[in-house]
Design a protein around this ligand. Structure first.
Ligand SMILES: [Zn+2]
Length: 136
């Protein structure tokens, strides 16, 4: 799926700004915060302000294209929603690494299919793992 398709399928009008923001987010693959994306885009997108960028990211979030991640450094980061995955937070660097494990996802899905949580319908379960690299 290309950028235009992702936007229009989500019900968003395809604008030059939105396309460039989504492209930059997908290209980075490292869960950038608004500041990092702004640094990537400010030269490329004429007249882009940090507030506009933030609003575009919020629209993406509302339409389910991106996820928001709270990190151990307290920054709000954005993640393009592609395949379901979990996150490993490196407690030494604050880096977030994608962790794809279908077995884990299936175990969680099965668990919450049988387990009822009062008055809640479970939509998604994500494991946020904290760790540090093992020094050899
Ligand atoms: Zn991720």
């Amino acid at each position: 799926m290309n950028i235009q398709e992702i936007l229009s399928r989500a019900g968003l009008k395809v604008t030059h700004q939105r396309a460039l923001v989504l492209e930059a987010l997908i290209r980075r693959k490292n869960h950038p915060c608004v500041e990092e994306l702004y640094a990537d885009l400010k030269m490329q997108v004429h007249g882009l302000s940090k507030a506009t960028l933030y609003n575009i990211l919020e629209q993406f979030y509302e339409k389910g294209i991106v996820e928001k991640i709270s990190t151990i450094d307290g920054k709000l980061r954005y993640d393009f929603k592609d395949q379901p995955h979990h996150h490993i937070h490196n407690i030494e660097t604050g880096q977030i690494i994608d962790f794809y494990d279908e077995t884990l996802s299936n175990i969680l899905k099965e668990y919450f299919n049988t387990k009822q949580i009062n008055n809640y319908e479970i939509i998604d379960v994500k494991v946020e793992i904290k760790g540090k690299p093992i020094k050899m």
